[in-house]
Design a protein around this ligand. Structure first.
Ligand code: ADP
Ligand code: MG
Length: 292
């Protein structure tokens, strides 16, 4: 492409709220074969709410939620906010917690009074030496509804299963349909439960799901796509998306996301809306067509 056509293309993109931080991204973007998107905060709002809650073993719901909120006050995960808000909505007094520990991609734990409380994915429960499959029936149903099931362990007992639901952004379905019309494959990369991810992907017509990817594994997931000979555009918003944004042939960050993601990206979508993705790709295709 000539410098002039790139300048014109970059200017048009800016009018649509798409910022090309690196000049060659406008050229590389039209070579993309697959668009891989982070789920939480990219395809979804990133603001889950607590929707379901089952307790067992003599615990009552209010005390379990109160203990859960005490631990989650130490966490910055979107699930944590959902729990803290649910406890506040029920006007449960906050309990002080100590010895907070987060294990990225697994869960969190802390001491609350005399109790040791942990919350996290099924793999976290397994790691703590307990068996989450007693809740398998509920967890599978919740996940098939696109909700994220997770567990609470109190002292040495599995006390309950909870689920959060994170709404899909209004702009997501149309953006995915348009990407497919432009001839691209669409993939989702997420740390979430496989069944949850697959339910959401099916709803959106997403072709491929890479689920239960640990936070530091997202750039490897991009590499695996590239190893198949695919040129990859990756879209993400979070701190742990930065390495994948850098690894991708083109990295696109959500402008409402973290600064670290924006710094690592070639392209920034100024609003949270995903319509900028197909717009940017269509523009890239048109720019390159014009000068051929
Ligand atoms: P994602 O960003 O896709 O949710 P993460 O790697 O952050 O992926 O988390 C993976 C899983 O680990 C979550 O779906 C959840 O089951 C569990 N998890 C992580 N942090 C927490 C937390 N603070 N509270 C409860 N569960 C958590
Ligand atoms: Mg995210």
């Amino acid at each position: 492409a000539t410098p002039t056509s790139i300048m014109v293309g970059t200017g048009k993109a800016a009018e649509m709220g798409v910022l090309f931080r690196k000049g060659d991204a406008l050229q590389t973007l039209q070579e993309a074969d697959i668009v891989a998107l982070d789920k939480t905060g990219t395809l979804t709002e990133g603001r889950p709410t607590l929707t379901d809650f089952f307790v067992q073993g003599g615990f009552n719901e209010a005390e379990v939620l109160q203990l859960a909120a005490a631990v989650e006050r130490g966490s910055e995960h979107p699930i944590a906010r959902a729990i803290v808000e649910a406890a506040a909505a029920r006007q449960l007094p906050a309990l002080p917690a100590s010895d907070f520990e987060a294990e990225a991609g697994f869960g969190v734990r802390a001491r609350v009074g005399e109790r040791q409380v942990a919350l996290g994915a099924d793999r976290y429960v397994t790691r703590l030496g307990l068996d989450p499959t007693i809740f398998a029936h509920d967890a599978e149903r919740l996940a098939s509804e696109g909700k994220t099931p997770f567990y609470i362990v109190i002292d040495d007992a599995l006390a309950g299963v909870l689920a959060v639901s994170d709404p899909i952004k209004p702009s997501t379905p149309e953006a995915i349909r348009t990407l497919k019309k432009l001839g691209l494959r669409v993939a989702m990369i997420t740390g979430d439960n496989r069944r949850t991810a697959e339910a959401i992907a099916a709803q959106l017509g997403i072709d491929e799901v890479l689920a239960e990817v640990l936070p530091e594994g997202k750039s490897d997931a991009v590499k695996r796509l590239q190893a198949r000979g695919l040129k990859v555009a990756f879209v993400g918003d979070g701190i742990n998306d930065a390495p994948a944004l850098a690894q991708a042939d083109v990295g696109l960050a959500i402008g409402t996301g973290t600064d670290i993601a924006i710094e690592a990206a070639d392209v920034v979508l100024m609003s949270g809306s995903l319509s900028g993705i197909p717009n940017a790709i269509a523009l890239s295709q048109a720019t390159l067509r014009n000068i051929k």
